[in-house]
Design a protein around this ligand. Sequence first.
Ligand SMILES: *[C@@H]1O[C@H](CO)[C@@H](O)[C@H](O)[C@H]1NC(C)=O
Ligand SMILES: *[C@@H]1O[C@H](CO)[C@@H](O)[C@H](O)[C@H]1NC(C)=O
Ligand SMILES: *[C@@H]1O[C@H](CO)[C@@H](O)[C@H](O)[C@H]1NC(C)=O
Ligand SMILES: *[C@@H]1O[C@H](CO)[C@@H](O)[C@H](O)[C@H]1NC(C)=O
Ligand SMILES: *[C@@H]1O[C@H](CO)[C@@H](O)[C@H](O)[C@H]1NC(C)=O
Ligand SMILES: *[C@@H]1O[C@H](CO)[C@@H](O)[C@H](O)[C@H]1NC(C)=O
Ligand SMILES: CC(=O)N[C@H]1CO[C@H](CO)[C@@H](O)[C@@H]1O
Length: 276
Amino acid sequence: MASQNSIFLLIILCTHMLMILTLSQNPPNEIPFACVQQSTQCKSRLYQHNPLTKNNISALYSVDISQIQNITHGDQHHHLVTVPCSCKNVNNTVAYFYDTVYSVKLGDILSDVSDEFYSGQTWDDQGTRFKVNTNATIHLLCGCTGSESQIMVTYTVQEMDTLPDIANLLSAEVSEIENVNKVLLRNPGFIKVGWVLYVPMYKNGVPPSPSPLTSKKRKEVVEATGDKCRMYNLFVQVTSCLELVFNEFSNMSHLEVTHHLDMYSRNNSTQMSPGA
Ligand SMILES: *[C@@H]1O[C@H](CO)[C@@H](O)[C@H](O)[C@H]1NC(C)=O
Ligand SMILES: *[C@@H]1O[C@H](CO)[C@@H](O)[C@H](O)[C@H]1NC(C)=O
Ligand SMILES: *[C@@H]1O[C@H](CO)[C@@H](O)[C@H](O)[C@H]1NC(C)=O
Ligand SMILES: *[C@@H]1O[C@H](CO)[C@@H](O)[C@H](O)[C@H]1NC(C)=O
Ligand SMILES: *[C@@H]1O[C@H](CO)[C@@H](O)[C@H](O)[C@H]1NC(C)=O
Ligand SMILES: *[C@@H]1O[C@H](CO)[C@@H](O)[C@H](O)[C@H]1NC(C)=O
Ligand SMILES: CC(=O)N[C@H]1CO[C@H](CO)[C@@H](O)[C@@H]1O
């Protein structure tokens, strides 16, 4: 029994190492989003960067015009297409997809059609026969977030993009993008044009960071307010001033903290003389 188990584990280990080896040798541009058991379907958005009109996108994606939103990326005008995303088995790949239909023209090749009309977000199921004058099913990659306040955006990395840019563009957190795309984003800060990423977008903007300060932000606040505390000589010890900053002002911006310290100094000006 024990030896059977260890053989089984060994096989799993070997398969995993083989998979990692294959991935590192030939990194794919896209990885389908594995289904989460609880959500077999959700609304998702596909980021469209091709120079197409809303009417074109409506026809190509089989969606109503009302589901297409403008979005500006630098000086470029792009679109966000809202689609129903569901868990499907596409030729033995079980993942989230949104299917649409493409009318095949002479000389069409799936990869070119994907780049030209679908922002490189189609999944090649190895089965799509591109016969002229037929309708071919196109499987577009999509994802679900499992959170009411967020919606998953399928985004294809473009020239000059950085992760913070993408996060900013789509109201997302870099750390959350990294978490969702662990396989592609193995090297911190490195992204490649053409990679298809899943970006958990906050529908109503990124919420303010919660109270506990990260060590980086803590350092910034200390640097920005330490001098102020010292200058106003507000407290017997500068450390108590900083403590107050952390305890009471922890989720404020530098400007707000400075403003509040100014208020404190004004309120207490009879006891303490600023600029001492
Ligand atoms: C885009 O729409 C125009 C006019 O509506 C049409 O002539 C053109 O063929 C469409 N292009 C694609 C790629 O669908
Ligand atoms: C979206 O962009 C198009 C042109 O790119 C413009 O004509 C239209 O007014 C914009 N719609 C909205 C709602 O901003
Ligand atoms: C599934 O993929 C294999 C190659 O991996 C291909 O030969 C086959 O035609 C595909 N089947 C369908 C139904 O798309
Ligand atoms: C492809 O789909 C379109 C729209 O649904 C339809 O009008 C057309 O007849 C279809 N073509 C074929 C060859 O089935
Ligand atoms: C700081 O955050 C807490 C909860 O995270 C909130 O209740 C409080 O109002 C916030 N304070 C300020 C000054 O924004
Ligand atoms: C300063 O005093 C004013 C009015 O007395 C009060 O509203 C304000 O909250 C005080 N500020 C601080 C930082 O204590
Ligand atoms: C150090 C100090 O005296 N702080 C006081 C400043 O004034 C506020 C009221 O405005 C008091 O609550 C603080 O104790």
